[in-house]
Ligand binder design. Sequence first.
Ligand SMILES: [Zn+2]
Length: 328
Amino acid sequence: MVENLAKNLYRIIIPLPNSPLKDLNSYVIKGGDRNLIIDTGFNRTVCYEAMQQGLNELAIDLNRTDFMLTHMHADHTGLVERLATDSSRIFFSRIDSQVFDEENSWQPLIDFAEINGFPADELQRALHSHPGFKYSPARKPVFTLIEDGDIIECGDYRLRCIATPGHTQGHICLYEERKKLFFTGDHILFDITPHIESWAYTTNSLADYMDSLDKVYNLEVDMVLPGHRNFLGDLKSRIDELKAHHRDRADEVLDVLGDKTMNGYEIAAGMTWDIDCERWEDFPIAQKWFATGEAIAHLRYLESEGRIHRDTSGKIVTFRSVNGRQTG
Ligand SMILES: [Zn+2]
């Protein structure tokens, strides 16, 4: 499905079957000499066919097309390698590009999940059902690396890269100042909440995310172009909602913890999740993985605020509230 959003700007909706995200917004700028495609969909046939159909409708010549990927997740990067031609530049964050390096394996994430209480016998199954494992590009693409403040030009669009770490460490949004357009990737979504996870105690994803929300709060924006679903309401009130949501979630973690000592997986199991399952035991394994990563991001955040204590002396990392039981 193709939609014209502004002069020379289009959206192709790419289906993401079996994903709670439902679909991905791939944005296409027709630039005369060269075109730009922002985000691509999973490396799956169903995504490839939807993209090809949209590009045909728009008469896009891939030999004159560049790509920009907002962040490393497979629903944004997966197809790029199948679409890019020899002349294509693929603009991508220097930080997120590191996950495609050969020496960068999934093993540290698996080990980290295990010391956070994720059942050892479920870890391989969790890995093999992870969309990043199944639907990433088959080979590392050749990237044109970008950083905060870089400008990408296409036709009369002048896009400023804004580093917005949080959803991923290298996440980049694009701001078109004259047209007051803001491509937010997965940094700001409207009818769903961006997933924030941590898979190492050296990163404090949630604190980074809150700072990155503040960083874009005062941009003058008429239209937000998110990576999934639609633009609803306005930017500032959505940022206020997202910040309140994560503060509430951090409080929920403290409630689940109470005066107990618990590991990250147990805390995730005790939190409420917007998913069609009554019991934690019935969650699909990939959702347990995402929930655990999100619980750990909130634990790391609470730890940095001095509200909980992390104990790494045993085989499994545990947490307890600094002030004992929380009330209210
Ligand atoms: Zn994402």
